[in-house]
Every structure is written in C-alpha cells, then in structure tokens.
Design a binder for this molecule. Structure first.
Ligand code: SAH
Ligand code: SF4
Ligand code: F3S
Length: 449
C-alpha cells in the first residue's frame, strides 16, 4: 500500500480540503503516514494569500527534496491556492515537484499520482463553477470538532485579494447534504462543527440562505456546537443575526473582518461597505447578543494609506473593542486590482502600524478576559493542554481557550469552569469546588498573528 503524507497551510478551508483529499485517496486504497520520511507521496496544501505564506512553502519544498534523495521515487505534489496561482511555473522552477493540483481538481489526484509514479508530471488547475465535493466523505481524524465547507470560491473581488483567482466563483452545497453530514458527525460523537466558506454568509441553495442553513444545522443535535467562518459585512443580514441569537447551540462568536477604519481605504479595497454600515452591524449584534465575542482582520499599509487613516483604524478598534484581531501587513498580489496601485507605504511603516494595532488589541483582549475572572464558563473539553498532560484545554462558546486541571473528565464533555486568571490569549480556571492547582499560565504570552 502506498503511503501519503499531507501537510496543510493557510485557512480552515484548506484544512477541510486536505480531509477531502484524504477521503478521495483513501477510497482508492492509499494509506497515510504522519512521518514524511516514510511516505511514497508528499503532498503540501498551500496558501497564496500573502507573499510570506508562499515563501514558507518554497522553504518546505527544499526540505522535501532531501527526503526524495533518501527515498528515490517519492512524489512531491503541490496542492491548493499556490498551485492554482503559479501552475506551470511551479513545475518549471521547482524541478522536484511532480504534481501541481488546484483546489477544484482533487478528484483527479489518484490518476495523476499513478501517472507520476511512471514518470509523467501532472498539472491540473482548472477552476470549476460547480465542484463542491458534496459526495466525498472527508477523512477526519480528530473526534470533537469538525470542519465542513458549505460553499467554495469568492465573488467579492476585494482589490487586494487572490482568493477569487485561486478558488474561483462562489458555489454552495445543498442544504440537505450539509444537514445530512452534520447528522452523521453527531452520530459519530462530534461535538462541534464549523461551517466554512471564504464568504460563508453569502451561502445560497435555491430559496435557502445562510440563516436557513444555520437554523437547520443547529436543529440536528442541540448538544452540538455550531460555528461559522468567515462572514462578510455585506452579507450579515438581520435574519442571520436573529438566527444566531435564537439558537442556544450556535456559538456567540462572530469573525467579521473590517480591514480598515477609513472609508476611503475601504472603497479602494472594494469592500462594498462603509464604517457607518459596519458599526451599525456591530450595534445590532451586541443588542441581540450582549455577550457575543467579535473578532476581525485588519490590513495595515494598503496603498496610499496615510497616518491619519491608520489612526482611524486605531480609533475604530478602541470603539468596537474586539475580542481578538488578526493584523497583517499589506502584501501586493499579482493579478489583483491593488497590484496596479503603487505599494507606497514603506515596509517599516507597515510594520509600525501593525505593531501598534496588535499591541492595542492585546491590551483590549486582556481587559476583556479579566472581566471574566470569577465567572463560570461552560467549556467543551478538547484534549490535553500543550504544556501539561495533567491539564485539559477547551473552549468557551465565545471561542476563548480555557486551561484547567484534569479531574476525571473526558474529551468532548461540557464542563463548568470558574475562571481564575488570564492572559490576553487564554483563560485559566478550575471546576467549581476544586482546589486551585492549575500551574500553567503565569507567564503572559504574546498573541501570535
Ligand atoms: N474571506 C475572508 C478572509 C479572507 S483571507 C474575508 O473576506 O474577510 C484572510 C485575511 O487575510 C483577510 O481578511 C485580510 O485581512 C488578509 N489578506 C488578504 N489578502 C491580503 C493581502 N494581499 N495582504 C495582506 N493581507 C491580506
Ligand atoms: Fe478575499 Fe474579499 Fe473574498 Fe474575503 S471577501 S476572500 S478578502 S476577495
Ligand atoms: Fe490561503 Fe487559499 Fe485559504 S489563499 S487563506 S488557503 S483560500
């Protein structure tokens, strides 16, 4: 049996896609290994969102080459968004690469791999208007939380973004097939499912929209937590906000990327909303769900961004007080609209702006976490913590990580935890009535971006 090793970069959709690839290959008799040196096929599912993401992959390809030398005949395949973006160039530039397969061509993998074993390099990067892998059973390893892509592609064409080029046009799975898959996951004992799409709230199946899908999925099993990502402010309907609020098992956690606090920059970004509209949404969300957790993405140093416009972003963050924010330096991507603009904010200034924003966010996150000290939070136990086998890690409904001492619990259980202390990224607590003996977390950790 040939063994496959898959390494995954990028967003959760790539994680879900790697499970689809696993499903396709398992069905054709392939085995899997976590040890690269033991693999007959090394696949890397790549991201093209920023230059930095691609540079990391180039570094990995070099390393794969050393394994190929040790085990001649090992195949190296590049999947995902970078494969889609660079296509032939990857095979031309990187002689070690045998396969280049874009996100909509994974069904061809078994055939391409077989051909590659007899020396024929394979490239498949056609994008599809319909492919959604609805009938493929993903090879899921973990038993508590599942990713489930409900739509693929993106039609928004934000001027900085490669996704519409690497993932193609928007298309959704049928509501019935998603509900069926969630039912199967519930039967298998999964406790949490995250519905995924680059633009998940523009989901549509005939007359059903994302609010309908969320309601139907939530009804499958009320002990199962439902999450979703990523929502675009333009498609955040009142009905969706009401649906999240009305269903106890839909997590009160909304990732709503704003990108910038300046209307002029938002327009140049082609984000299709204004700050006033965005703040209106925040208000609606907080009115309907006062305890909801809100997170965002920010790009610093978009072409022509002035210091004053950067200040507007800082002011926005002070006003909204996000629970978390992912902050990025603008990275020009070929083919996008913004690529034609001059990347005129110096690297150093981008760095300073990102630093200022992430420092501010850390401070706010810490303050918001501190407010939870002494409160009881329901935590879904996910597994042993990274630092100690004696401790569990789990998450609250609002997606905060909680660490606490083991005391006979099992993964997948819901446990009430009293929060005792925190840092900007993590809460630490104990079972009500239990002694406080949780050792982790005295050091304040940086929030990684
Ligand atoms: N579909 C989601 C997010 C897509 S990518 C949305 O629309 O919100 C995740 C984040 O990467 C984006 O929100 C954006 O903040 C960032 N990003 C995308 N392209 C980028 C680029 N060229 N440079 C820097 N950051 C970028
Ligand atoms: Fe990219 Fe914009 Fe689509 Fe998000 S909505 S994936 S940022 S084009
Ligand atoms: Fe990256 Fe592609 Fe996701 S570019 S962020 S892996 S959709």
């Amino acid at each position: 049996m040939k063994r496959v090793y898959i390494e995954t970069y990028g967003c959760q959709m790539n994680v879900a896609d790697s499970e689809v690839v696993g499903g396709i290959l398992a069905r054709r008799g392939y085995g899997f290994t976590n040890d690269m040196s033991d693999a007959d096929v090394i696949l890397v599912n790549t991201c093209a969102i920023r230059d930095h993401a691609e540079q990391r992959i180039y570094g990995r390809i070099g390393l794969f080459g050393t394994y190929k030398k040790q085990r001649p005949g090992t195949l190296i395949g590049i999947l995902g968004c970078m494969a889609e973006r660079l296509r032939f160039k990857l095979v031309e530039e990187e002689k070690l690469v045998d396969l280049v397969v874009g996100p909509d061509e994974y069904r061809k993998l078994p055939e391409l791999i077989e051909n590659a074993f007899v020396g024929e390099k394979g490239i498949a990067t056609r994008l599809s208007r319909v492919e959604n892998y609805e009938d493929i059973v993903p090879l899921r390893t973990e038993g508590i939380s599942a990713w489930l892509s409900v739509m693929r592609g993106c039609d928004k064409f934000c001027s900085f973004c490669v996704v519409p080029f690497t993932r193609g046009r928007e298309r959704s799975r049928s509501l019935a097939s998603v509900v069926e898959e969630v039912r199967t996951l519930a039967e298998r004992g999964f406790k949490e499912v995250t519905l995924l799409g680059q633009n998940v709230n523009s989901y549509r199946d005939g007359e059903y929209d994302f609010a309908d899908l969320m309601r139907s999925v939530a009804e499958v099993d009320r002990t199962m937590r439902i999450r979703f990502t990523t929502s675009h402010p333009q498609d955040m309907s009142d009905r969706l906000i009401e649906t999240i609020a009305a269903n106890s098992n839909i997590c009160k956690y909304i990732h709503l990327p704003v990108q910038s606090g300046s209307n002029r920059i938002l327009e140049l970004m082609n984000r299709t909303y204004t700050i006033e509209h965005y703040l209106g949404l925040v208000k609606k969300i907080r009115t309907a769900m006062p305890d909801a957790s809100l997170t965002t993405d920010i790009i610093s140093g978009f072409p022509t961004e002035t210091e004053e416009e950067h200040r507007m972003t800082v002011d926005l963050m002070r006003e909204v007080r996000y629970d978390g924010a992912y902050t990025f330096k603008y990275s020009p991507r070929e083919n996008t609209k913004a690529w034609e603009m001059v990347d005129d904010v110096p690297e150093e200034v981008k760095g300073q702006r990102v630093f200022e924003i992430s420092q501010l966010q850390q401070k706010i996150s810490h303050e918001l976490n501190q407010r939870l000290i002494g409160k009881v939070e329901q935590v879904l136990v996910e597994g042993p913590s990274k630092k100690s086998d004696e401790e569990w890690t789990g998450r609250t409904d609002t997606n905060r990580t909680v660490i606490f001492s083991k005391n006979g619990e099992a993964s997948g259980e819901y446990i009430d935890i009293v929060i005792e202390r925190c840092n900007p990224a993590t809460l630490f607590g104990r079972r009500p009535g239990a002694h406080s003996d949780c050792k982790a977390g005295f050091k304040t950790e940086a929030v990684t971006q």
